[in-house]
Design a protein around this ligand. Structure first.
Ligand code: APR
Length: 167
């Protein structure tokens, strides 16, 4: 369990190998954590993202990090919550899983996730946290990379939810 940490703060300040961006399918930026990451990384991140031709929900793509203190940004697209009957849970699981697979492929030791889909995309925070925690625990139990996964929680509600889940 020590391979999983919780950090309450701004993911753009984290000195990890990769931070995960909760992007949209265009990969051309947005609000929330997507907006913060692009703002700190600078315009060259958008230039690189333009060449990626978007990203399907549940998929993940990796870029350089430019002015961010981390080494890479893994862009993933979480599902919009429409009530849970159209595969949202599987898509959120895939967003975490495909981000972890990229970290493994690039042999990244440390990776930080925001609370994907729980902002603008309205995914229920408690359910999202359970999905995130289970997906990460399962992956870490079967793979050598990443070594440490940090859940970067921005708001107090998510902080308390993740603290409960982990302890
Ligand atoms: N660091 C860490 N977490 C943050 C930050 C930050 N700087 N800013 C916001 N968050 C948190 C939010 O509080 C929320 O808990 O990230 C979580 C995800 O919320 P959103 O950023 O709204 O992402 P999401 O719900 O996945 O919606 C994605 O929003 O920004 C647009 O372009 C993005 O269209 C996409 C949609």
């Amino acid at each position: 369990m020590e391979h999983i940490l919780i950090y309450q703060g701004d993911i753009t300040e984290m000195h990890v190998d990769a931070i995960v961006n909760a992007a949209n399918k265009s990969l051309l930026g947005g609000g929330g954590v997507d907006g913060a990451i692009h703002r700190v990384a600078g315009p060259r991140l958008l230039e690189e993202c333009r060449k990626l031709n978007g990203c399907e929900t549940g998929e993940a793509k990796i870029t350089q990090a430019y002015k961010l203190p981390c080494r890479f940004v893994i862009h993933t697209v979480g599902p919009v919550w429409y009530g849970g009957e159209i595969g949202e849970k599987e898509l959120l699981t895939n967003a975490y899983l495909n981000s972890l697979k990229l970290a493994k492929e690039y042999k990244l030791a440390t990776i930080a996730f925001p609370n994907i889909s729980t902002g603008v995309y309205h995914f229920p925070k408690e359910l999202a946290a359970k999905i995130a925690m289970k997906t990460v625990q399962d992956f870490l139990s079967k793979n050598e990379f990443p070594k440490t996964v940090t859940f970067c929680v921005f708001d107090q509600e998510n902080f308390e939810i993740y603290e409960q889940l982990l302890h």
